[in-house]
Ligand binder design. Sequence first.
Ligand SMILES: NC(=O)c1ccc[n+]([C@@H]2O[C@H](COP(=O)([O-])OP(=O)(O)OC[C@H]3O[C@@H](n4cnc5c(N)ncnc54)[C@H](O)[C@@H]3O)[C@@H](O)[C@H]2O)c1
Length: 300
Amino acid sequence: MLEGRVVIVTGGGRGIGRSHCLELAAHGATVVVNDLGVGVGGERSFETPADEVVAAIEEKGGTAMADGSSVSDWAAVEGLIGRTVERFGHLDAVVNNAGILRDSMIATLEEAAWDAVIDVHLKGTLALTRHACAYWRAESKAGRTRAARIVNTTSGTGLAGNVGQAAYGAAKAGIANLTLTTALEGSRYGVTANAVSPVANTRMTSGTGFAGTAEGTFDKFDPANSSPVVAWLCSEQSGWLTGRVLRVDGNTVHPVDPWSVRPGHAAAGGGRLDAAEIDAGLRVVMGTSPAGLPGLSVIR
Ligand SMILES: NC(=O)c1ccc[n+]([C@@H]2O[C@H](COP(=O)([O-])OP(=O)(O)OC[C@H]3O[C@@H](n4cnc5c(N)ncnc54)[C@H](O)[C@@H]3O)[C@@H](O)[C@H]2O)c1
C-alpha cells in the first residue's frame, strides 16, 4: 500500500509511534523515525529509541532513518524536512504523534507544565505541518503535486475533556481544530489532513486500567491497534477523506463528528434575546442536563 512513499513519524521511538513506524515499513514505506528520547513528562534522557526502531525496520529489509530533533524546535523541524528530501528524494506524509504528559488539576496547574505540554503537542504538530506544507506547496507550484498526507494525533481528552488534563486536552483539541484548517488550506496543493484518536496501553497511560486483556484474546489496548488506520491515511487510497478525526477503539474505527450547531431558541420578541428568556428557552432545546458526548467519558 505504501511502496515508494516516504513518511516522517514523530515520537516514533516508543509506544504508539513505534507501532506506526513498523506498520508503515511493513507496507513498503521508507520511514523517518523522529524521537527526542525524553521521559513521559518531557524530561531529558540519554535514550535513543529511534535508533532501535530503525534497526528493527532494517532487519526486516526495510528502509529507515533516525532523527533526534524536538518537534517543537522550529528550525530543527525545517531541517528534518530538508534532510528527508535530500536523502530519499521526496516526502509523502507526516504523522504527528510525539507527546508528553504533565497532568494537574487546574487549581494547582503550574505555568511551566502548561507551556511544556502545549509546546510539544500543539506547536510541535504545527511546526512539522507548516514546514511540510511549504515543501508540498512549492512542489505543487513546480508542477509536481504530490498525494500528500498529514496524520495528527488527538485524544478522547481533546474531544471531551478530562479531569486533571487541562493542558493536554486543550492541546489535543487544538490539534483537532488545526487538522480542519490544514485540510481546508492543503486541498489547494494536494494535501489531506486527518487525525486519529487512539487508545493504548503505553507508559503514558500506565495506571489508568487500560491493560488486563485476558491472554489469548484480542488486546483492546495494544499500541499497534491504530497503526493500520494510520497506514491507510498515509496512502494514496485515502485521498477522498480530509478534515476528519477517526477514533480507533480496539479493532473498530469510528468517524468522529466535529462540533456541530444544534437547533436553538430564537428570541421570542423577534429582536435581540432577552436574558430573562434564556433559561427556559435553553431548557426546551437542550433538556435540563448539558449536552454530553455519550461514550467518550472514560477515554484518554
Ligand atoms: N496511549 C494512549 O492511550 C493515547 C491516547 C490518546 C492519544 N495518545 C497520543 O498518542 C501519542 C503517542 O503516545 P504514547 O502513548 O505512545 O506515549 P509514549 O510516551 O510511549 O511515546 C511518546 C514518544 O514521543 C517522544 N517525544 C516526546 N516529546 C518529544 C519531542 N519534543 N520531540 C520528539 N519526540 C518527542 C517520546 O520520547 C516518546 O518516545 C501522543 O501524542 C499521545 O498524546 C495516546
